[in-house]
Design a protein around this ligand. Structure first.
Ligand code: MG
Length: 478
């Protein structure tokens, strides 16, 4: 049975948490749990709770635990220290919509039919035939909620979160720049609830705080049973807006303020799990949907946006929109104190498509076998119970929109693209030069060693051709 939460008490509690946090002190357990139901979900056999925290356009180099010199992310870093941190984790695509489609379905976005970014006037959306993580967990009576940016369709009720496995929703239907002057649309950017818009034009400075408050409420209301929270922050996607309390606080400027606002939010969520007594049996994932937006179109450079209002790829080449590593390799952390030993760093290939099978196997839910999934459960590997599939059998395919531009197999990456680092396109008809990188030796993709390893290039190109035949229906050229 769900325990009711007293709304006025809840709001007071949030206000107290916020005030205590901003004064620099840790909130006490008594303060936070005053209204909340207590639950013992840590007993043997209880289904784990699942939380996915997804940042938008956060780069590989933007967190303290991934080497940023001035952005402070102590809460995300403590999550990493208490779990597994990945250094070769790939988002499903270098852009928002296809990356989210891949994460929630465990399949490349081209299989889902959403290879491109949806706009306010778009009529496409997540097909009902797809099975999201939330839909699968409903088989096991999980309570589910999506908070934040959806971006998997909004033109029809069947595309909305509440038609795709989520009991409840609060957030923006697409990116926070999809409004004038940056995007020429007359559709206002409005907060949506379960059935559609719930109010007028949104104040973006309130977004992260509102998402966080709603997420905390959901955790408190749901902690007596198993739950799945998908919290997809709208930040640090341009235009960036820190919480007003964090403005001017970061040594890394306004972008740093925004990432530190996210870190504050993550801290409150981790604290809430402790106070509810459910941290031990809750899987928390923190990651990003794609790399930072470093090559801005001119339309974005107005109304206060600056070129440096974007993150860092750290040592990686490329950025959002490209199939170089900086477009898709992003921070990823998984913590599950009950099963995954703390302090682990994994350098082997993992992807967003692994999340669905990993989460379903952790929850004892059958993994769909009537369709091709592009990931596998990482759980035996993370828990130290069994080796992962041999690296040479694990591959990641790099898509730019509907175009397959590369593949990684073990340490090797082959790339064949018309697009340069700075998003310029080589004219059609120009012969494309294959690129081959040893990503263990050369994670920055500086040294093309294709001419030294023609056999590897041939093998990887054959793997790409095989997938193109399977997914895209491209006939075999020979
Ligand atoms: Mg994004």
């Amino acid at each position: 049975m769900k325990c009711a939460v007293n709304n006025s008490g809840y709001l007071l509690t949030v206000a107290i948490i916020t005030a205590v946090f901003w004064s620099g002190c840790a909130p006490s357990a008594d303060t936070l749990s005053a209204d909340a139901p207590s639950a013992d979900s840590t007993s043997q056999g209880a289904l784990p709770n699942i939380i996915i925290l997804l940042a938008d356009d956060l780069g590989y180099g933007d967190l303290g635990s991934y080497g940023h010199p001035t952005i402070r992310t102590p809460n995300i870093d403590r999550l990493a220290a208490a779990g597994a941190r990945f250094t070769s984790y790939y988002a499903g695509a270098p852009a928002c919509t296809p990356a989210r489609a891949a994460l929630l379905t465990g399949r490349y976005a081209v299989r889902v039919g959403l290879p491109g970014v949806l706009m306010p006037e778009s009529v496409e959306g997540l097909p009902q035939s797809e099975i999201t993580i939330a839909e699968a967990l409903k088989e096991s009576d999980y309570r589910t909620m999506a908070v934040g940016k959806w971006h998997l369709g909004h033109a029809q009720p069947s595309y909305l979160p509440t038609a795709n496995g989520f009991d409840d929703y609060l957030g923006l239907p697409y990116s926070n720049d999809m409004i004038r002057p940056w995007v020429q649309t007359d559709v206002p950017l409005r907060m949506h609830g379960n059935d559609g818009p719930i109010e007028g034009e949104v104040d973006q400075a309130t977004l992260t705080t509102r998402y966080t408050e709603r997420a905390l409420q959901f955790i408190r209301e749901s902690s007596a049973g198993a739950f799945f929270l998908y919290l997809a922050y709208s930040m640090p996607h341009l235009p960036i807006h820190p919480a007003p309390e964090r403005e001017g606080q970061s040594r890394a400027g306004r972008y740093g303020d925004v990432v530190e606002t996210l870190d504050w939010s993550v801290g409150l969520i981790l604290d809430a799990l402790e106070e509810q007594g459910i941290a031990e049996n809750t899987i928390v994932v923190f990651t990003s949907d794609n790399g930072p937006w470093l090559h801005l179109p001119n339309r974005m450079l107005q109304d206060g946006n600056m070129p440096w209002h974007a993150g860092s790829t750290g040592l990686l080449r490329g950025s959002k929109g490209t199939t170089y590593e900086g477009g898709v390799r992003v921070p990823a952390i998984i913590r599950w104190p009950g099963r995954i030993a703390p302090g682990q760093v994994f350098a082997d290939l993992a992807t967003a498509m692994d999340l669905l099978p990993t989460i379903l196997s952790a929850s004892g839910v059958a993994i769909p076998d009537d369709r091709t999934l592009d990931g596998e459960s990482l759980l035996p590997w993370l828990a130290g119970e069994a080796p992962l599939t041999p690296p040479s059998d694990r591959v990641f395919f790099y898509f730019r929109g509907g175009i397959l531009e590369g593949v990684r197999e073990g340490k090797w990456k082959c790339r064949l693209s018309r697009q340069t680092d700075s998003l310029e396109l080589i004219p059609e008809g120009t012969e494309m030069v294959p690129e081959l990188y040893d990503l263990e030796l050369d994670p920055s993709e500086r040294y093309n060693v294709a001419s030294q390893h023609p056999d590897v290039v041939a093998r990887l190109r054959a793997r790409m051709a095989e997938l193109e035949r399977e997914i895209l229906g491209v006939p075999d050229a020979g």
